[in-house]
Design a protein around this ligand. Sequence first.
Ligand SMILES: [Zn+2]
Length: 248
Amino acid sequence: MQQPFHTTILQKSKFKVIKWKNDLLHLLYPDMCLICSQELPNSEVQLCHLCEHSLRYTYYETFQDASSLDKLFWGRVDLESTFALLHFEKQTSTQEILHQIKYKNKSKLAAEMGRRIGQKIQLDQNRFGGIDALIPVPMHPKKQYLRGYNQSELIAEGISKTTGIPVNKSFISKKSNTESQTKKGRFLRWDNVSEVFEINTSKMNDAKHLAIIDDVVTTGATIEACILKIRNELPNIKISIISLAATK
Ligand SMILES: [Zn+2]
């Protein structure tokens, strides 16, 4: 049915007012690129053209065969699946993004990267469809207190916004007293490393599949220790790894 003439005019002027309002807001508070802080042409984008094109995507969501991240954990821990959004290489935008998220409190950038991870993993329901909770890799409490936040939690929250999978920040934590670890020095045994973590299984009894969330996976040692600890408590649970970046 055709709308009355005056309604169409009214709608058009309403849109114009909204556009003027947005333009004015943009003029007063220009949106900045989340990576390089260049002014953005409009509020619909989060990154400038240059930063957008500098992203080193892994495209692991399209892989049929094992990725280098899968292979990194072969023979170490049993995993359901792994994903990393970006390749980690020095002197690239990935390094800059990680640095800003870790040390410059760029929560919006972490959330945006988390959102992009969420969009990609949603494309593969076979591998990532049944995740019950997102578990950020914990930081030492003192370190987190000084920094004010845990970057893996910020990324996890971004993933959660897109996928609806809840974040559980209390399931795994780092013990505040790790004195015995330092005393044992570099000849630390694996079972001692996993003793650095504490597991709180309350509220997680029905969970069947967890995804550990990290900012960057290089050697995989921390995540491996986390997983060994979880498997001590919940031997049959499925575990996946989702990271913002990983070594190629
Ligand atoms: Zn930029």
